[in-house]
Design a protein around this ligand. Structure first.
Ligand SMILES: C[S@@+](CC[C@H](N)C(=O)[O-])C[C@H]1O[C@@H](n2cnc3c(N)ncnc32)[C@H](O)[C@@H]1O
Length: 263
């Protein structure tokens, strides 16, 4: 029934703000500093209900959101922040049925947002040069149950992008680059991008931003712009409703544009 846990669902167990665990529901004991529960006891419980450990501590059982998965993904690299992933998806104009290209896959966090946006009729073609990260991303996505992502182990700077799968030629509706030297991927990108395809490049420093801005303009990308998003949490305390003292500072710039080939 909707709103209740079933066998094989993933559950987010919350003791407090910092202590959270993401687990698959099966007949197995889960131990933490606050005692033990058998995960099978969650079957039939409503989302948000409390479960008591054998030491009498209460733990809330909720359904994980995609953003919760970000915190619990196995990490093979620095993963994208939610604020950036959400805006990248909008800037790419990624929608059901689209073919979205990505490099590098990293841990597959951004891939998961893109996968959700393009839906069952779309495809994400993601490339990663490091075998360890490629394997981690695949493991993360096996847990998520993703079915519309092609994980390609390939150095895009050297070999370019896969443009054919199972004999079918592919054209990118959009491309996102989150990799060390994105300008090396641009000459290859021209072989797979359709006219009017969108691009977003995630860039950590001003030096790289300067270089990449120029690079996109020289390579037939137009309406090229860059933005930066700042996320500030508001703390909710009695008589002190105000921004939290600490915040995520700089993550990266989002450089974006549209591809209009001159010939
Ligand atoms: C910061 S991580 C990407 C994180 C990813 N966006 C996520 O949300 O999990 C950058 C990745 O790009 C990969 N990479 C760097 N150069 C590459 C290349 N030439 N071809 C393919 N992947 C590359 C790195 O190995 C690294 O895993």
């Amino acid at each position: 029934m909707k709103g209740q846990f079933k066998l094989d669902d993933y559950v987010l167990l919350i003791y407090d703000r910092r202590r959270r665990w993401l687990k698959k529901i099966k007949d197995i004991d889960f131990h933490c500093n606050y005692g033990m529960i058998n995960l099978h006891d969650l079957v039939g419980m409503r989302y948000g209900e409390m479960i008591e450990t054998n030491t009498g501590k209460k733990i809330k059982a909720t359904m994980p959101t995609l953003l919760d998965w970000f915190d619990h993904f196995e990490h093979g690299s620095q993963i994208i922040y939610g604020k950036d992933a959400a805006m990248i998806t909008l800037l790419l104009d990624a929608k059901p049925g689209d073919i979205v290209y990505e490099t590098g896959t990293g841990s597959g966090a951004l891939t998961s947002v893109l996968s959700r946006s393009v839906g069952e009729t779309g495809r994400v073609i993601t490339h990663e040069v490091r075998e360890s990260a490629h394997k981690i991303a695949k493991r993360n996505h096996t847990k998520l149950g993703t079915t519309n992502v092609e994980f390609i182990l390939q150095d895009v700077a050297e070999k370019g992008f896969i443009d054919e799968i199972d004999g079918i030629k592919l054209q990118a509706d959009s491309l996102v680059l989150d990799m060390g030297d994105p300008w090396r991927a641009i000459p290859h990108s021209k072989k797979i991008m359709r006219t009017g395809a969108r691009i977003v490049v995630f860039i950590p420093t001003y030096q790289q931003l300067d270089k990449m801005f120029q690079n996109l303009i020289e390579n037939d990308f137009r309406e090229v712009r860059a933005i930066e998003l700042i996320e500030r949490e508001i703390q909710y305390k009695k008589n002190a409703l105000r921004p939290a003292t600490r915040m995520i500072g700089h993550t990266g710039f989002l450089l974006h544009g549209t591809y209009y080939p001159s010939s």
